[in-house]
Write a protein that binds this ligand. Structure first.
Ligand code: TNX
Length: 507
């Protein structure tokens, strides 16, 4: 096995070595410019000079900006082999990273010329965004874990950038198949490269319960046990420590975790653990199939609300982010009047524990200030509440690319890269004015997903399409496909198992 892998690696390395050697001693023309970035910057003006990173390059960053500079240096050290020290002293530094009180929010400014690289923003989040841009401005070899030849040339120019929407999310379903903290971290690493700033974790469903709740311990000892999940292959759960560690890991990458407990439907796993949560008190059988819409909490029982409040309270206590998602989708076996009375009691509990509620589209039937997540592309939505756009036929990463590609479902149709890119979240719904669009989210449901390679194959590259339209005002497929094509070798270097769509001119 080992030998085969080495042989493949050697074979792959060969054409690269040949290319480098034939480039000759002069400065090689850069294969990309300052505007080849994903997602597309608001403004990018190419310059005529470029900046060469050398073994003497120093990064300066004063005070609070130092950890961001350190992240940049850490990303660039393995492939360059350069020391790239981070210093507080602004003298004779070639790369300067610093806060500028005249700027605000997530915006950043990047200027590159022959002598220096200057990155400024009004917040650390803004600087982090700028670093993600900067990382894309060195050639793909920079993604390697071992020293590469270079040269390390950053194309010159100026970028003035800020996002179109405040919320740019990804969602991962841990309920249908549990995904380990390491897999979730790896996903966070990837999504944060594209300025995705929220990760919604779908933590409970009919097939499993994946987050420790101390006041209802059987939720995880039973609902997260081995043998839960689709086909019985997705057991496991996050302890509170695992969860807090994930929250911290995400925060270092300026990603905020949005936990979801789905209610009043999608609760079979909770009811297997606690039969008193059903109306008749009889335990349902555990479910490992992928049907939806058959389970419901009992709106007429007081224990239902004790359960909901305990879960919301514990989840809120371990979640520093402002949002808590309470599901609310596909409650087909909850009578409509019960659905309304359930939500009218439960939604205020989210506020009681100082979080803002997000609910799937169906929640719009209840008049509250919850944020509505649009998903059902066949059901029109009209609301005066804020909306996160996740139309299933565009943004669902678990839809198959075409009927022959492995993994995923196709109930909302097949979704090639161009389908995920070609829509405008601000104008898609006539019943939702653009001012109410809080942002976009790309959900990845896990019915068919057991491991990271399968996750990556469905997420990449479509997640980047959603990130691009969530960040950028521009819509230009020809530009997007070129930028994406140029990104492919980065994923290859990182070992990301992406789908090489025939629509994209991969380099
Ligand atoms: C619909 S979309 C669901 C999920 C499934 C998904 C599969 C939504 C809010 N609910 O329960 O996992 O389709 O694509």
């Amino acid at each position: 096995m080992r030998v085969t892998h080495l042989a493949v690696a050697a074979f792959l390395a060969l054409p690269l070595a040949v290319t480098t050697a034939s480039a000759g001693p002069g400065p090689a023309p850069l294969p990309f410019s300052i505007s080849s970035v994903l997602p597309a910057p608001a403004e990018a003006i190419p310059g005529s000079e470029s900046f060469g990173l050398t073994r003497d390059t120093v990064i300066t960053a004063g005070g609070p900006a130092a950890p961001i500079a350190e992240q940049l240096a850490a990303a660039w050290r393995p492939a360059t082999g350069f020391a790239l020290p981070v210093a507080a002293d602004p003298q004779n530094s070639a790369i300067r990273i610093g806060l500028d009180a005249r700027m605000s929010g997530e915006a950043y400014r990047l200027g590159v010329d022959r002598d220096q690289v200057e990155l400024t923003a009004g917040s650390l989040k803004g600087l982090f965004n700028g670093v993600q841009t900067l990382r894309q401005l060195l050639p793909p070899e920079i993604e390697s874990a071992t020293i590469q030849k270079g040269p390390w040339t950053i194309p010159g120019g100026v970028i003035n950038d800020k996002p179109r929407f405040a919320y740019r999310g990804a969602m991962l379903d841990l309920a249908r198949h549990f995904h380990t903290p390491d897999e979730v971290k790896r996903y966070i690493d990837q999504i944060s490269r594209f300025k995705i700033n929220f990760l919604h974790l779908h933590l409970s469903d009919d097939q499993g319960w994946r987050i420790q709740i101390d006041s209802w311990p059987r939720l995880t000892t039973v609902g997260g046990a081995k043998g839960t999940g689709v086909r019985g292959l997705g057991g496991g759960f996050l302890t509170k420590n695992d969860y807090r560690d994930l929250v911290d890991y995400a925060a270092q990458r300026y990603v905020t975790i949005v936990p979801e407990i789905d209610m009043p439907g999608h609760v079979n796993a909770a009811q297997v653990a606690y039969p008193e949560l059903t109306c008749d008190g009889v335990a349902p059988r555990p479910r490992i199939d992928i049907r939806v819409g058959y389970s419901s909490l009992c709106a007429g029982k007081e224990i239902t609300y004790r359960f909901a409040e305990d879960v919301i309270r514990e989840l809120a206590a371990m979640t520093p982010g402002p949002f808590l998602h309470i599901g609310g989708d596909e409650a087909h076996s909850t009578p409509h009047a019960d659905y309304l009375s359930f939500q009218q009691r439960v939604l205020p509990l989210v506020g009681k524990y100082r979080k803002t509620a997000i609910g799937w589209q169906e929640i719009a039937a209840v008049r509250t200030d919850a944020i509505v997540q649009y998903w059902n592309h066949q059901a029109p939505l009209e609301t005066t509440q804020r909306v996160i756009m996740s139309p299933a036929d565009r943004a669902y990463l678990d839809m198959q690319y075409d009927l022959l590609t492995p993994g995923g479902l196709h109930w909302a149709g097949t979704t090639e890269v161009r389908d995920s890119y070609s829509w405008d979240p601000g104008t898609l719904l006539s019943g939702v004015p653009e001012e109410l669009v809080f942002g976009v989210e790309a959900p990845l449901w896990s019915e068919t997903l057991t491991d990271l390679a399968e996750i990556e194959f469905l997420a990449f590259p479509r997640l980047v399409a959603i990130a691009d339209i969530g960040w950028s005002r521009k819509s230009d497929w020809d530009s997007f496909k070129m930028r994406l094509g140029a990104y492919g070798p980065r994923w290859t270097r990182q070992g990301v198992h992406f789908y090489s769509s025939p629509q994209i001119p991969w380099s």
